[in-house]
Design a protein around this ligand. Structure first.
Ligand SMILES: Cc1cc2nc3c(=O)[nH]c(=O)nc-3n(C[C@H](O)[C@H](O)[C@H](O)COP(=O)(O)O)c2cc1C
Length: 262
């Protein structure tokens, strides 16, 4: 699949084949994709514990919960616990020095001296603020997005699940105090049809994006839209006519109790 098609095929997949294990190599490719995503100051605060349900200790599995559509955790063979390691900010000076040596940042012979004199003191002065939710979450989102696209490129499905009991998770996973759990990501082979019922609703393009100032909608070229439809990035809108029947089928096959919302 080309990148455009991978982007177009990505949906939140909530229904997985519970009996089909996910190969660790496929998860490794997801993590490799996350690792090379961009990070502010090259800090690399995104970390993860990957939980394979067939081998993880029971106390780890018991701690992994989510308040919205939590049945997904029971079904998925793999759950990635993504977290921010705020202590990574403490090593930021070294990351900047590495960037300089790599030729990614700065010019001239005195750039090393200038880094020590200007940039490093600037960041050191606001270090504690930089550990708070903000820029690190941005980095982590980029990394998780790359991992997600890699999952779909390999035929896997994933769904992000927010708001779990992070204190119990932190304790049972053995995470340090400096860790801030961001999100759980279920990973598995989809039990749903390939398009999972079609592209989920989105706000109109012109409402979301402006050009040269707020309220001046970015002009959306129909030729570009047609090109992206041809390349399978823009796909048919949900719900497909058969989607409700598919959901009912999945509910029974996967023994999901209740309304599937919580
Ligand atoms: C940060 C984040 C948290 C989410 N949390 C949940 C969740 O707790 N439960 C759930 O079922 N879906 C969750 N989702 C999935 C969204 O609801 C999903 O993006 C929405 O259904 C749009 O569909 P799509 O991802 O298939 O395009 C989350 C998505 C994101 C990006």
């Amino acid at each position: 699949m080309e990148l455009r098609e991978v982007i177009g095929n990505r949906r939140s997949i909530r229904f997985m084949l519970p009996y089909k294990p996910v190969e660790p190599e496929k998860v490794q490719r997801m993590l490799e994709a996350a690792r090379i995503a961009s990070h502010w100051g090259n800090v690399q605060s995104l970390r993860a514990v990957v939980v394979f349900k067939d081998t993880a200790p029971q106390e780890v599995i018991d701690a992994i919960t989510a308040p919205v559509a939590g049945y997904q955790i029971r079904i998925a063979p793999v759950v990635i616990v993504w977290y921010v390691e705020t202590a990574a900010v403490d090593e930021q000076s070294d990351r900047l020095r590495e960037l300089l040596r790599a030729g990614a940042l700065g010019f001239g012979e005195d750039k090393h001296e200038a880094l020590e004199r200007q940039l490093i003191p600037f960041f050191s002065g606001i270090k504690e603020r930089l550990k708070e939710p903000g820029m690190n979450e941005m980095d982590c989102g980029q990394g998780i997005a790359q991992a997600t696209l890699m999952a779909f490129e390999q035929g896997l499905g994933t769904c992000l699940l927010g708001g779990g009991n992070t204190e119990k998770m932190k304790k049972n996973l053995g995470l340090p105090d400096s860790a801030r759990i961001l999100i759980l990501q279920t990973v598995g082979y989809p039990a749903e049809s390939a398009d999972a019922g079609g592209q989920r609703p989105r706000q109109p393009f012109e409402k979301l994006f402006s050009m040269n100032g707020y309220g001046k909608p970015f002009p959306r070229s129909q030729a570009v839209v047609d090109e992206l439809i041809r390349d399978s990035m823009i796909q048919s809108q949900s719900p497909a006519s058969w989607r409700e029947a598919e959901l009912e089928y999945l509910r029974k096959a996967l023994a999901i109790k209740g309304n599937g919302l919580i």
